[in-house]
Design a protein around this ligand. Structure first.
Ligand code: FEO
Length: 408
């Protein structure tokens, strides 16, 4: 049974939800599913924008067939070839063998690498800024290299202001019968999934996202964009400024909020207890926008996501094999991989006979760009005791002053 939704009077969402996938890209946990979006335009020519993961291939094909309602499929525009979107191309070619593929030269190379065996005569390669008229609708193709793959492009329909934005403006979470971001309370129900998607999947490529946003502003004009149609998550038709503002923060690594994220690594609960004391002392100083995480029991994708949100980070880690506790080390490596910048960091090391984690964490943070490490570090020797109160007070004072903008 088909299950499509209308986006405009002649544009249809033909994607599908995936609820059974445990790990997106076999690494990021999905507790609320994900959608794979594709769109069909019914003009004088019929146009399919991207396909879908094969896990939802049957539903996707049923939707395309239902929308076409017996018409041939004339064009397939491929904005992004990652298999969660391109896996069903072969099925489209089998069912509509006359379809012409419109995509970038780099996408053709990658599609051949994936073994799709495309007929070169069926491909129309497009260059940056090329346009194509399908009847009433004329679209423009805008390259989006490294957002977050090299071949990516976005397609802008100049007739109705629809931007097919590939993975940009995408989100984790299945749609579950909704389609538009205004059909639920996005800021309450979805923003965390959108942030976790962006930061972990695209976060490394902030400069490229900024370049795309600038291109969209200069070539298309942000005011001319009336719909954002990403490859995952809801379609935006209202309050586009909200999600563009979020993207601007994330892409420039500017925190969304003044707040403190405390991430601790603790083997027997002593470093955890010290982190709790610090959290209470921050609250006592009026810093209440705080989050406390056990690095061992929180998937790193959630830590990265909140790190893009908050301005301040406290790293509290036990020493392990004379190094940083492995899950904390993994978190630090992920920060580096994702190009995290512009945060103020406080360090709390701990250990029983050779506590080295504090110095080592500081070294890792100082390898990142534009990071500030507070001078008031401390080391917990086995457990926090009353003797350490002045030290942890000094640490809390320094963090609170920084959050309130009283110091750096
Ligand atoms: Fe959703 Fe880059 O694929």
């Amino acid at each position: 049974m088909y299950n499509y939704r209308m986006v405009t009077d002649d544009l249809y969402w033909v994607g599908a939800d995936e609820h059974r996938l445990a790990l997106f890209e076999n690494i990021h946990p999905l507790y609320h599913g994900v959608s794979y979006n594709a769109y069909v335009l019914l003009d004088e020519k019929t146009v399919l924008f991207d396909t879908a993961d094969w896990a939802v291939g049957r539903q996707f094909i049923a939707n395309v067939k239902a929308v076409l309602n017996g018409r041939p499929l004339d064009y397939l525009v491929i904005n992004h070839v990652e298999p969660d979107h391109a896996a069903s191309i072969e099925e489209i070619l089998l069912r509509w063998p006359q379809v012409k593929i419109i995509t970038t030269p780099k996408a053709v190379t990658l599609l051949n690498q994936f073994g799709f065996g495309l007929d070169p005569n069926a491909i129309e390669e497009v260059a940056e800024g090329d346009t194509k008229c399908f009847g009433k609708h004329t679209v423009a193709f805008v390259y989006a290299p490294m957002v977050h793959w090299p071949e990516a492009m976005v397609t802008f329909d100049t007739t109705n202001g629809v931007l097919f934005s590939a993975d940009a403006f995408g989100s984790f979470r299945s749609l579950d019968g909704k389609l538009f971001a205004d059909e639920f309370d996005f800021d309450r129900e979805w923003i965390d999934d959108a942030r976790r998607y962006y930061t972990n999947i695209v976060g490394k490529y902030g400069p490229q996202v900024v370049a795309l946003l600038n291109k969209a502003a200069n070539i298309v004009g942000l005011d001319n964009i009336k719909y954002l149609c990403p490859l995952h998550g809801p379609v935006w038709r209202k309050d586009l400024g909200y999600i563009i503002d979020k993207y601007t923060h994330w892409a420039t690594y500017e925190p969304e909020e003044k707040g403190v994220m405390i991430v601790y690594a603790s083997m027997y609960g002593n470093t955890e207890a010290a982190a709790e004391v610090l959290a209470a002392k921050l609250t006592a100083r009026g810093v209440t926008n705080t989050r406390l995480y056990d690095v061992s029991s929180t998937h790193v994708s959630y830590l990265i996501s909140d790190l893009f949100k908050y301005s301040h980070l406290v790293l509290a880690s036990v020493t392990y094999n004379l190094g940083i506790f492995p899950p904390m080390h993994n978190f630090l490596m992920d920060m580096k991989a994702l190009n995290l910048q512009k945060r103020t960091v406080a360090i709390m090391g701990s250990g029983s006979w050779a506590p080295r984690s504090g110095a080592l964490m500081k070294e890792e943070i100082e390898r990142l760009k534009n990071m500030t490490v507070l001078d008031e570090e401390m080391t917990v020797t086995s457990s926090l005791k009353a003797d350490n109160e002045s030290e942890i007070d000094a640490l809390a004072d320094a963090i609170a002053a920084s959050v309130k903008g009283e110091t750096k």
